[in-house]
Design a protein around this ligand. Structure first.
Ligand code: BG6
Length: 461
């Protein structure tokens, strides 16, 4: 278990949906695990005059086996600060609050700002933190870090703008851009698997791999987040962010050193080699869909927002040239399944593919699809799976939730599982032309029923 230094966690957007669903439950679990104690202080910044008890009432804490003592500890370490985030002068209140908490603690503490707010709100907050000197710690040996929740911009230009204004006040080593997919166990296992199982290394290239598919289907719909989703859509929500990050881990070269800098360098290189989809390729290399009833749900009869997206990209380097990669995601589908399939090339004699699948969720694990002879006198061959499942192998040991991992890493200054500025900009570049085309009209939009497998067409081979 990592040792966490005494920290003041300042959460912008504590009364929001993410905080209710993921952030506060993750903090509760960290208290249960003994990783956070009352030396940690949490300050929720809120415009309104809400009480902390009202905030806690709506949080998704576990309903079974709730540890009342841990919940009370979390409650005791948390307070709300009413502040108008658009008013730079108001940040003096925050500075005084931090000073008061440090005085109460008996010495300086690290400062961790967590922005769980839309990008348009994030930018003025970052500027105000900088202009009020809250971006640097007055005591040497202590840190100020900034955790930023996705989306990082709405498109390439806005992400570039946000990055530039952030860079005026914070250095890259202070920035922790959350992509919670990077903190999923199976995603962390991608590099461990690739670089610790030498039998796969000679096969990890275009000569042996025919195609790669990354799929994230969800059974949930937009869950009432109409305003957010109308501005976002499936391409931004899952593909530009989570799936392109995961793709970089699958396709990157072995870093010179397997540490945060080395991994970010290789990931950035991998991302920058993904070829942008050109406008004339959109008809053939993308599919978009919208579930029936979506327009009514968001109360916009003209909505062109996709709730299903699939894109095909290629990578411009020696290792991957000509290997199609299909990234697909959709809401309100028949199953929740996030997986990566590596389809190995058949030979002229065998015809069938061996497939290596990383199951991110559910039932996290890795499986290899093989062909075996059926027992008995006949010489029939049939598919079989070599299956590694986390639950079975590790005796159902509890895996930390991705948000717990993200928080612990930010508390201890470990940047590996966060997205760098360069990676984020590259991922916007890849989808830029598609976003521009899709916002014009609904050409090619397929309607699908909730609970179905989505549009009936597919880009996968
Ligand atoms: C979030 C998206 O980033 O990821 C949500 O905004 C989506 O729309 C969620 O439901 C999926 O996360 P997970 O961990 O459930 O796959």
């Amino acid at each position: 278990m990592p040792d966490l230094e005494a920290t003041i966690l300042i959460i912008f957007g504590m009364t929001g949906d993410l905080s209710r669903r993921k952030l506060l439950p993750a903090l509760y679990n960290l208290v249960c695990l003994g990783l956070l104690d009352e030396s940690t202080q949490i300050v929720g910044v809120s415009r309104g005059n809400t009480s902390i008890d009202d905030v806690f009432k709506n949080v998704n804490f576990p309903t079974a086996d709730l540890d009342e003592k841990a919940l009370q500890t979390l409650r005791n370490m948390t307070e709300l600060l009413q502040l108008d985030v658009d008013e730079p002068a108001e940040y003096k209140k925050l500075a005084s609050k931090i000073e008061a908490l440090e005085a109460q603690h008996g010495g300086p503490m690290n400062h961790l700002f967590y922005l769980s707010v839309p990008p348009k709100v994030a930018e003025p907050i970052i500027t105000s933190l900088g202009e009020n000197d809250l971006n640097k710690h007055p005591h040497s040996g202590h840190t100020v870090r900034l955790l930023i929740e996705k989306p990082f911009g709405y498109d390439y230009a806005s992400a570039e703008h946000l990055s530039a204004s952030t860079a005026q006040h914070f250095n890259e080593d202070q920035l922790y851009r959350i992509d919670h997919y990077l903190a999923k166990e199976t995603v962390q296992n991608i590099l461990a698997f690739r670089f610790n199982n030498p039998i796969f290394e000679p096969l990890w290239n275009r000569w042996h791999i025919e195609s790669i598919e990354l799929t994230a289907t969800e059974t949930i719909d937009i869950e009432g987040r109409a305003q957010f989703y109308e501005q976002t859509g499936a391409l931004r929500d899952l593909i530009q962010s989570h799936l392109l990050q995961v793709l970089a881990l699958i396709t990157m070269e072995r870093p010179k050193e397997l540490n945060s800098d080395g991994i970010h360098e290789s990931k950035f290189q991998a991302m920058s080699e993904i070829i942008s989809i050109e406008p004339e390729q959109i008809a053939d290399n993308t599919i978009r869909g919208q579930y029936a009833g979506y327009k009514e749900e968001v109360d916009n009869p003209d909505s062109v927002t996709e709730t299903f997206a699939s894109i095909k990209v290629e990578i411009n380097n020696e290792r991957w040239e000509g290997v199609p990669v299909v990234l697909t995601s959709g809401k309100a589908l028949h199953e929740k399944a996030t997986k990566i399939s590596i389809n190995f090339r058949p030979t002229a004699e065998t015809k069938h593919h061996n497939v290596l699948t990383f199951r991110l969720q559910p039932n996290e694990g890795i499986e290899l699809d093989l062909r075996v002879k059926k027992p008995g006198f006949i010489d029939e061959i049939e598919p079989a799976h070599m299956d590694f499942s986390y639950d079975t192998h590790f005796n159902n040991d509890r895996q930390p939730d991705a948000y717990e991992r993200v928080l612990v890493d930010a508390f201890r200054g470990e940047q590996t599982l966060f997205a760098s500025t360069g990676e984020v900009l590259e991922s916007w570049r890849v989808v830029h032309n598609v976003l521009c085309a899709w916002k014009q009209d609904d050409q090619g939009m397929q309607s699908y029923d909730k609970g179905s497998s989505g549009p009936e067409v597919s880009l996968a081979g």
